[in-house]
Design a protein around this ligand. Structure first.
Ligand code: FCB
Length: 449
C-alpha cells in the first residue's frame, strides 16, 4: 500500500513543497541591521534550550539560501515556505525600516522564481521583535496595529511576486508555550496570560488576512494551525469530556472564530472568560474568509480526566505509557490520526482548501559513510502521505503538502538535538547530506508515473 504510492494519485495540480521558518534556519542574527527577536533573548537564558544551543548561525541560510533552494529543486519540490523575520525588516518592530533585511527576502524570492519554485510567505513564525515584547508583546492589544504595519510593509515589498500567504504559524503554540507554560520564548508563565494572548492572535490572524487581501491582487491566503486527533483514554464519560476539552484547545480554538463560530466555549466553559478581552465588534473582526487553512499534524493525543490539573482537569497519556510507536520527540506516530483530523477539518462548511502546511518527524539520525539511512522517517512520510491520499479520495479538499523540513535546523527548545530535515546538516561544518528519506522524496516526485 503506502510503499506503492505514486504522486500521480494525488493529481497533477497537487502542490508539493517543504516548509521552514526564519529563526530556525537563517542565522546571521547580528548582520545587516537585524533587530533582536524574543528567541534571541530567550535562547541566551541558561537552561532554556537543550545543550544551551542558540541560533546565531543555525543553518546559515542567510548566506546559503541559493545552495539550499537548489537542493529543494533537486529533490523535486516546487513550493517553498519560509517566514519573514519581523525584526530583520523592522528592527524595533515598528517605525524604522531596514532595507538590507528587505533585500535579503527579495533575493530569496527572486531565487525561488528563478528555479521555478513558488514562494510561500509565513508572516509570523514565532520570532516577535524583542522591542515589541518590551511593550507587552502578544499581551498588549496594540499588537494588532503593530502587526498591521508589518503586514502592510511585507505586502508592499513582496506582494508583486508572492501570491501565497500564511498569516500565523500555530498560534496555539504562541499562547500555550510562549505565554502560559513558558517553555518557548518569551518564556512568560501564568494562565492569566492565556486568554488575552489567544484573543490578540485571533484578531491579528483575521486583520492580517484582510490586509493581504487588500494589497495583493489574486493572493491565496491562509493561516496555519496545529492540530492533533484527540482520543479519550477510556470510554468513561469523564475521559470523553476531557477529550472534548482537549479538542477545543488543540483543534478548534483558532479556526472557529475565523469561521465566525466564536470561541469553542461549548466544550470548555473556561473560554467564556475571553469575553473580558472582547471589544464591541470583535466577533466580526475575528472573521476572515481564508482561501485555505494550513493544517500541521505531527501526532495524535490520548487524554484522560485528571483531578490533579486545575482548570483543564485532564492529563495526556503519552505514547511511551501506552507502548505506542513514537518519534525521537516522543510524539506518537499515528498516520490514521492524519486521516481523522483531515476529515474533522473538512466538516467545517467555511473551509475551502486545506493545505498540509507541515508534517514530518525527528529521529536519531546517524551519518555513516556519507549516508543517513533514516528508514523510519521514510516510512513515516509514506504512511502519512498514504492517509492524506485516502482522505483526498474520500472527498477531503486537500490541495498540497509541505514537508517539515528541508534541512535539519534549530528546533526551538530542543536546539539542534532534534533533527527533522530531509537533508542532514553537520552544524560544525555546515555540510549538507541528503538523507535517504530525501532521496525517496526525489524518486517519488521526479518519477514518470
Ligand atoms: C511545528 C513548528 C515548526 C517545527 C515543527 C517540528 O510545531 O511550527 O517550527 O518546530 O513543529
Amino acid at each position: 500500500m503506502s510503499s506503492q504510492l505514486s504522486r500521480k494519485d494525488f493529481g497533477n495540480d497537487f502542490r508539493w513543497g517543504t516548509a521552514t521558518a526564519s529563526f530556525q534556519i537563517e542565522g546571521a542574527v547580528k548582520e545587516d541591521g537585524r533587530g533582536l527577536s524574543i528567541w534571541d533573548t530567550f535562547s541566551r537564558i541558561p537552561g532554556k534550550i537543550k545543550n544551551n544551543d542558540n541560533a546565531d548561525v543555525a543553518c546559515n541560510f542567510y548566506h546559503l539560501y541559493e545552495n539550499d533552494l537548489a537542493l529543494a529543486a533537486q529533490l523535486g519540490f516546487k513550493e517553498f515556505r519560509f517566514s519573514i523575520s519581523w525584526s530583520r525588516i523592522l528592527p524595533a518592530g515598528t517605525g524604522n525600516i531596514n532595507r538590507k533585511g528587505i533585500d535579503f527576502y527579495n533575493r530569496l524570492i527572486d531565487q525561488c522564481l528563478q528555479l521555478k519554485i513558488t514562494p510561500w510567505i509565513t508572516l509570523y513564525h514565532w520570532d516577535l521583535p524583542q522591542a515589541l515584547e518590551d511593550r507587552g508583546g502578544w499581551k498588549n492589544r496594540e499588537i494588532v496595529n503593530w502587526f498591521q504595519e508589518y503586514t502592510e510593509l511585507c505586502t508592499a515589498e513582496f506582494g508583486d511576486r508572492v501570491r501565497n500567504w500564511i498569516i500565523l504559524n500555530e498560534p496555539m503554540a504562541v499562547a500555550g508555550l510562549g505565554y502560559t507554560t513558558g517553555l518557548h520564548a518569551p518564556g512568560k508563565k501564568g494562565l492569566f496570560n492565556f486568554l488575552p494572548v489567544v484573543h490578540h492572535l485571533s484578531l491579528c490572524q483575521a486583520e492580517g488576512g484582510r490586509t493581504v487581501r487588500r494589497n495583493v491582487p489574486g493572493a491565496y491566503i491562509g493561516t496555519a494551525v496545529s492540530c492533533s486527533f484527540v482520543k479519550p483514554y477510556t470510554g468513561s464519560l469523564r475521559d470523553k469530556m476531557a477529550a472534548k476539552r482537549a479538542d477545543a484547545l488543540l483543534n478548534r480554538l483558532f479556526i472557529e472564530p475565523a469561521l465566525g463560530l466564536g470561541y469553542p466555549a461549548d466544550a470548555f466553559s473556561y473560554l467564556n472568560n475571553i469575553e473580558k478581552y472582547m471589544q464591541p465588534d470583535d466577533r466580526e473582526k475575528l472573521q476572515f474568509d481564508f482561501d485555505f487553512i494550513g493544517i500541521q499534524n505531527y501526532f495524535s493525543v490520548v487524554v484522560k480526566h485528571s483531578w490533579l490539573k486545575p482548570v483543564l482537569w485532564l492529563a495526556e497519556v503519552p505514547a511511551s505509557r501506552r507502548n505506542a510507536p513514537a518519534t525521537a520527540m516522543g510524539w506518537e506516530i499515528d498516520p490514521e490520526g492524519m486521516y481523522q483530523i483531515l476529515q474533522q477539518f473538512s466538516k467545517y462548511k467555511g473551509i475551502k482548501d486545506i493545505i498540509v502546511s507541515e508534517n514530518g518527524a525527528a529521529f536519531k539520525d546517524v551519518l555513516s559513510n556519507g549516508q543517513i539511512e533514516d528508514s523510519e522517517r521514510t516510512a513515516f512520510f509514506q504512511q502519512y502521505l498514504y492517509n492524506i491520499l485516502r482522505a483526498k479520495q474520500d472527498g477531503v479538499n486537500v490541495k498540497g503538502y509541505l514537508a517539515w523540513s528541508l534541512t535539519d535546523n534549530f528546533e526551538w527548545a530542543e536546539g539542534y538535538a532534534a533533527r527533522f530535515g530531509l537533508v542532514h546538516i553537520d552544524f560544525d561544518t555546515q555540510e549538507r547530506t541528503v538523507k535517504n528519506s530525501g532521496k525517496w522524496f526525489a524518486d517519488f516526485l521526479n518519477a514518470e508515473k
